[in-house]
Every structure is written in structure tokens, then in C-alpha cells.
Design a protein around this ligand. Structure first.
Ligand SMILES: NC(=O)C1=CN([C@@H]2O[C@H](COP(=O)(O)OP(=O)(O)OC[C@H]3O[C@@H](n4cnc5c(N)ncnc54)[C@H](OP(=O)(O)O)[C@@H]3O)[C@@H](O)[C@H]2O)C=CC1
Ligand SMILES: O=C(O)CCCC(=O)O
Length: 485
């Protein structure tokens, strides 16, 4: 472990500027998915600690909201620099708890820094309006104010950048935060406490609590001091959080599950499509909400595409994320491997053919072979269910209309991708797909400059882009009368 990595690996919670244990003294083990070894513990905090974190954030809010956008931008730029100065150490920590390859982890940490820098600037552009008044002696102003304390709950698949997307706009707009990282990957979340402390954010502005998800989540959702909940994770948990926030009518942003289709038309550049497919499927071992869940390939190129995709998939180097050249790390846990096995068994039982992989990897543990299944049909479970693993089911289609209908036949609406060489088709299909994110002849599209977010049961709100700060702001209408004009 790098010296700097141990500096960021905090085994305590960050509340009101202090590093603290759980009241009960209880802890949760954190396991390296590549080795199965416990690498440390974090506090198992609950309701009381979360309440104290919220109170600290509320107390800090009163002065933080009064600072200038320029002052906040300067601190955010310091935070950005601290992340980039420690990119390798933060990436190593991420690999140790999450499993992804070092190259991907470094990319994620770089993305975290980029979100912070982006919102340092966006915070300085939170403009209101001066509206033409219908009254001669009154004036109308519309102002934007920070919502207050926000609760941020994040998943294990992007333990650094999912917090960056939330902390960046929150801090830039003048909000304060209580964050709850995933129990399987808490260290990258707690590292934000170290970074914020060293960048000079005042105590209480950022608080980080680990532990019992439902206790922490319930307090964040039900405490009236919290004015917004921002969550990335499963649709199932997202729905319960929306219900729980109803009692105190909070703002909510939800980045939930996906079921991304990837359409390849006869007129596509097949090699480019295969390259995009590998990135869109096997990145983070298939464990991203924008990873392709279903490939739909037109009949004329179906066999060639399956052959080329399978040849590329079997070449991926599977291994520990810290090993040189690794392209696919382990899955997060045994449950994830079992789900992948179940989905493969369901598919092969219904006529699916294994064109590549299909089994646990010889490395053992939670390593799994990059897998391609041909002859996929709509009655297979992955037509509706998120795989969250390195399995590529490939369906055959005949017409454009059929492909778009199949792609839209899901309750999800996060990312979709399609490959075509025909400009007219590109616009027809882009307009026909009911998704929040569309990649046309591109398999990796996430960037800080663009609004990321889903439609339907994939979520509410956007993260990134200039849109990503809106949910952290309240709009206030001010009517000024008696001006004697
Ligand atoms: N859209 C996405 O990016 C993601 C989608 N998923 C999907 O969800 C599946 C399950 O993954 P999983 O990790 O269980 O995702 P969850 O939605 O359960 O976890 C995401 C976050 O929510 C927390 N959480 C869980 N239950 C509650 C609750 N009742 N109240 C408040 N917070 C809660 C978790 O805490 P804790 O870790 O302590 O349980 C974690 O911090 C995956 O296989 C995948 O299909 C998962 C992660 C990300
Ligand atoms: O899986 C997610 O929740 C976010 C994906 C972010 C990315 O595309 O980098």
C-alpha cells in the first residue's frame, strides 16, 4: 500500500469536523473483493450519530450559505487540486475496496476531481432573473438560494465519483452535506472527509457517516432539517427513499437502475461497434448502471458481430485490479456472482448459446469470465432484469421498428447506445428511444459537462452539466412594491 493510501484510509466517521467511532463501538468489516481478505473496519453508526451529523450540517449551513460563490469556488479548486495531487493513492484505495482495475479507478478519481472543478465554476453562474413587472410601481426579482442540508447516499460501484457529483453542486451552491457511502466501499467516501478537511472547508459543512443503511437512511429521509435527498443505487431502494421523504416533502434526485440496450444496424461500422460494445459492457466488470444489458443486432451482421465480440471478450485480461494490465477485476461479492450464474442458466435453459465464457474464472473467488450469449430471446430474464455483471446477451432483429420497440420494452430508461452509418436513421432512432442518455456510434458517453440521469424508473433529476446544480437550489420570487415610481 502506498504511504499516502493509508493516510486516506480512515476507519472512523467524520462528524462536525471530528473523526469519531460509532456510539456503540460496533464496526463493519471491509473486504477486498480480489482477495476475500478483510482490509479494515468502519464504524457501524445509526440514528443518533446521523442526527448529530445533520445538526452539525444545519449549524454550519447558517454561515456557509453566506459565503460568496467566489470563496466557495476557491475552496473547491483547492479540493480539486488535492484530489489530483493524490490521484494514485485514492485510486489504490478504490481498487482495494471495490475491485476495478487501477486504470479505471484512476479514471474515476480524475472524474471526481473534474466534477469538483466544474461545479466550482457553475456555482459562480447561479443566476436569477429580473422579470418585467406588470405593475408600474413594483419590481420583480427571482433569486436562487441553497436548499440547506442535503443527505447523499451512494453505491459501491463508483464510490468516489458518485459522491463528487453530489458534493460538487451542494458545496458550490452553499448547501452542507451528510453523506452515507456504501458499506462495501466506505473508504473512498470517508477519504472525502480527509480531502475536505485539508482543503479548508469549515467543520460541519461535510459530514460522513457509515453503518446501518436503514437507520441512517430513515433519519436522513425523515429529519425535517434535511431539505434534499440525493441517491444513486438500486431502483428498489430508491423507491423506498422517495416514499420516506414524502412526510417532510423534500427535494429528491434519484440515479437508479438501468437496462441499457445497444443496437447495431446492418449499416454500422462493425469494428467500431465491437469496440464500443466491449467498453459499454465489460467496464467495471459490467457493474455500472449504464453498462449494456441487452445487445440487439440486425440479422445481416448478427453472426459476424457475435463472432467479433466473443473474440474481443475472451482477450480481456481478468485479474486483481492492482496487477499491471488488468482489464476486468472481480465482481463485488458472491451474491453478484450467483445472480450472474442464475441469469446464464436461465438463458441457456431457454435456447441461449455460450459464445464466450459462461463460468467462474480460474482465479476463483468472485472473478468471472467475460461472457457472450447468442440466440438471446425476449423471454430470458435479462430482457427485464439488470445483470450487473460481465455477461453480454445478443438478440437478433429484422427491422428498425422492431429494434426500437424491443429496446423500449422495459421500465428503465437510463442509457442506450446504437450504431448506424445512416444519418436519417440516427435521428429516427435517437428520437424513438425513451432514454435519458443516448450514445450514437459511442459506447462511453459520461462526462462532467453533460447532464446524466434517467427517465421512467431509472430516476429523477440530472447530475453533471449546468443542470446538475439546479436541484440544490430553491427559487424565490420577490415582489418589491411601494417604490413610488
Ligand atoms: N444505479 C446504480 O448505479 C446502481 C445500481 N445498483 C443495482 O442494485 C443492485 C443491488 O446493489 P446494492 O448495493 O444492494 O444497491 P443498494 O441500492 O442497496 O445500495 C446503494 C446504497 O443505498 C444504501 N441503502 C441500502 N438500503 C437502504 C435503505 N433502506 N435506506 C437507505 N439507504 C439504503 C446502501 O447502503 P449499504 O451499502 O450500507 O447497504 C448503499 O449506500 C445491484 O446489483 C444493481 O443491480 C447497485 C448499485 C448502483
Ligand atoms: O453506474 C453508475 O451509477 C454511474 C456510471 C458513471 C459512469 O458512467 O462513469
Amino acid at each position: 500500500m502506498l504511504h499516502k493510501t493509508s493516510h486516506f484510509m480512515r476507519q472512523a466517521n467524520f462528524i462536525d469536523g471530528a473523526w469519531v467511532e460509532a456510539d456503540s463501538g460496533q464496526t463493519i468489516d471491509v473486504v477486498n473483493p480480489a482477495s476475500g481478505q478483510t482490509i479494515g473496519t468502519v464504524p457501524k453508526a445509526g440514528t443518533a450519530e446521523t442526527r448529530r451529523a445533520i445538526q452539525a450540517a444545519e449549524a454550519a449551513f447558517h454561515s456557509w450559505k453566506k459565503t460568496s460563490a467566489d470563496h466557495r469556488a476557491k475552496l473547491l479548486r483547492k479540493l480539486h487540486d488535492a484530489i489530483m495531487d493524490n490521484q494514485d493513492a485514492l485510486a489504490e484505495l478504490l481498487v482495494m475496496e471495490q475491485g476495478k482495475s487501477f486504470a479505471e479507478a484512476k479514471g474515476e478519481v480524475g472524474m471526481s476531481a473534474a466534477y469538483i472543478l466544474w461545479y466550482a465554476e457553475e456555482g459562480r453562474r447561479v443566476y436569477g432573473d429580473v422579470v418585467p413587472s406588470p405593475w408600474a410601481d413594483r419590481r420583480i426579482l427571482v433569486t436562487k438560494e441553497p436548499v440547506g442540508v442535503i443527505g447523499a447516499i451512494t453505491p459501491w460501484n463508483f464510490p468516489s465519483s458518485m459522491l463528487a457529483r453530489k458534493l460538487g453542486p451542494a458545496l458550490a451552491s452553499g448547501c452542507t452535506a451528510v453523506a452515507k457511502p456504501a458499506s462495501q466501499t466506505p473508504y473512498s467516501g470517508l477519504a472525502w472527509g480527509v480531502l475536505c478537511e485539508e482543503a479548508g472547508f469549515p467543520k460541519g459543512v461535510v459530514n460522513i457517516v457509515t453503518g446501518a443503511a436503514s437507520e441512517i437512511g430513515d433519519e436522513l429521509c425523515q429529519n425535517p432539517l434535511v431539505r434534499k435527498i440525493t441517491f444513486t443505487g438500486s431502483t428498489e431502494v430508491g423507491k423506498t427513499l422517495i416514499e420516506k421523504t414524502a412526510g417532510t416533502v423534500k427535494k429528491v434526485s434519484m440515479e437508479l437502475g438501468g437496462n441499457a440496450p445497444f443496437l447495431v444496424f446492418d449499416d454500422a461500422d462493425i469494428d467500431r461497434a465491437v469496440e464500443g460494445a466491449i467498453a459499454a459492457k465489460y467496464r467495471n466488470s459490467g457493474q455500472t448502471c449504464v453498462c449494456t444489458n441487452r445487445f440487439f443486432v440486425q440479422a445481416g451482421i448478427y453472426d459476424t458481430f457475435v463472432e467479433k465480440l466473443s473474440a474481443a471478450a475472451v482477450k480481456l485480461k481478468v485479474g486483481s485490479g492492482l496487477e499491471e494490465g488488468t482489464q476486468q477485476g472481480p465482481l463485488i461479492d458472491e451474491k453478484a456472482v450467483e445472480k450472474v450464474e442464475e441469469l446464464i442458466a436461465d438463458a441457456t435453459g431457454k435456447g441461449g448459446k455460450l459464445a464466450a465464457g459462461g463460468a467462474r474464472h480460474a482465479l476463483g473467488g468472485t472473478f468471472f469470465q467475460p461472457t457472450v450469449i447468442s440466440n438471446a430471446t425476449p423471454d430470458m430474464r435479462f430482457m427485464k432484469e439488470e445483470i450487473f455483471g460481465p455477461v453480454a446477451p445478443v438478440f437478433r432483429f429484422e427491422t428498425e421498428e422492431e429494434a426500437v420497440n424491443l429496446a423500449n420494452d422495459t421500465v428503465f430508461g437510463l442509457a442506450c447506445y446504437f450504431y448506424t452509418g445512416d444519418l436519417g436513421r440516427a435521428f429516427r432512432v435517437m428520437e424513438g428511444l425513451k432514454y435519458g442518455l443516448v450514445g450514437v456510434n459511442e459506447g462511453i458517453i459520461t462526462t462532467v459537462e453533460a447532464p446524466f440521469g434517467g427517465l421512467k424508473e431509472s430516476g429523477l433529476g440530472k447530475e453533471g452539466g449546468h443542470q446538475g446544480i439546479e436541484d440544490y437550489l430553491d427559487t424565490k420570487y420577490v415582489c418589491i412594491g411601494g417604490l413610488g415610481l
